[in-house]
Design a protein around this ligand. Structure first.
Ligand code: MHF
Ligand code: KIV
Ligand code: MG
Length: 329
């Protein structure tokens, strides 16, 4: 009796497990940390990123600025989440990233950090927070890690920031370098222009990337350079990955700004941007439908409202009207 009974349980158990509507493991236990119906992922580390470079696996980096965008990076498999200072423009409406303060950046980092756990989490050090000497730079980077909850900081600059990169790295703060087009310097550059288009400038960008790897950077963003230069710099790196934005297909990874990917950015579109979603269209549809439904009183309907027992309503009416001297119904 008993063996037959238990073997029947086991066979039905197996059937359940192999049923297509029960993906393996999820049925076994409910994991409270699961978000958006996706199983939790392995933590991405610097070691992992360098292994991806060695194995030729493209690294995906995407910006996030708040809890929901951070959660999307977490749920859908982004390798590196970047709280970019582009948030100044795409989230806060400033005309330049140079307007962003450290406190504003920290506020957004905290929101992203609460959601984005598995991707490696990096944030831009805002303009001016690594320019006024070693002590200030370390203090500000420590705030990014301690208060912002980020794992690494990104710094724009070439040879002139190599000492800064070395210092932070030695303190145990991983640094992502950023060469080529450096948006924090758009005024000096007279705009957002492709960098390294002539041999001399291309050499400058290459030397910067090499020096920053030597200084201990764990990765380097290469922005808006000719694609052959992006490839050359990638091959010139000894171990650290290059993450390109407008640097061609030969970099070890790619990064784009969230709003450019989703189609929510209203400003000019750089040549390197590809839109992968039409969230702006979806937002327009949602806002317009909401307004229309309110105006024609089709929202809310009964299912979207709360009821009350008839007897309580009658009692309420009687007492309310007595209290108000029967002045209204
Ligand atoms: N939405 C958004 N996407 C970004 O990539 C981004 C920001 N904002 N804000 C901060 C910086 C600014 N960046 C930019 C902004 C504009 C161009 C741009 O329009 N470049 C010209 C280059 C023209 C030339 O050099 O001749 C282009 O047409 O691509 C590039 C990078 C990158 N970052
Ligand atoms: C585009 C990336 C590299 C960036 O620096 C930002 O979003 O601020
Ligand atoms: Mg930036």
């Amino acid at each position: 009796m008993l063996p037959r009974f238990s073997s029947r349980i086991r066979s039905s158990h197996l059937r359940t497990l192999s049923h297509p509507s029960f993906p393996s493991r999820r049925w076994m236990s409910v994991r409270p940390e699961e978000v958006d119906g996706v199983a939790p992922r392995k933590k991405v580390t610097i070691h992992h990123l360098q292994a991806m470079r060695r194995s030729g696996t493209p690294i995906t980096m995407l910006t996030a600025y708040d809890y929901p965008t951070g959660r999307a990076c977490e749920s859908h498999g982004v390798d590196i989440t970047l709280v970019g200072d582009s948030l100044a423009q795409v989230c806060l409406g400033y005309d330049s990233t140079t307007r962003l303060t450290l406190d504003e950046m920290l506020h957004h980092c905290r929101a992203v950090a609460r959601a984005s756990k598995a991707p490696f989490l990096v944030a831009d050090m805002p303009f001016g927070t690594y320019h006024t000497g070693a002590e200030d730079t370390v203090r500000n980077a420590v705030r990014m890690v301690r208060e912002g909850g980020v794992e690494g900081v990104k710094i724009e600059g070439g040879l002139e920031v190599a000492d800064t990169v070395r210092r932070l790295t030695r303190m145990g703060i991983p640094v992502m370098a950023h060469v080529g087009l450096m948006p924090q310097r758009h005024t000096m550059l007279s705009g957002y222009r492709v960098q390294g288009k002539n041999a001399e400038c291309a050499l400058d960008v290459l030397r910067a990337a090499v020096a920053l790897e030597d200084a201990g950077a764990f990765a380097v963003v290469v922005e808006a350079v000719p694609h052959r230069l992006g490839g050359y710099i990638t091959r010139a790196m000894r171990r650290i990955p290059t993450i390109g934005i407008g640097a061609g297909k030969e970099t070890d990874g790619q990064v784009l700004v969230w709003d450019d990917v989703m189609g929510t950015w209203c400003g000019d579109k750089a040549k390197f941007v590809r839109r992968f979603g039409d969230v702006k269209g979806e937002v327009a549809r949602g806002v317009r439908s909401y307004i229309a439904a309110v105006r024609e009183r089709s929202f809310p309907d009964t299912a979207e409202t709360y009821g009350m027992p008839e007897i309580e309503w009658e009692a309420f009416l009687a007492r309310a009207e007595a209290e108000r001297g029967g002045s209204s119904s």
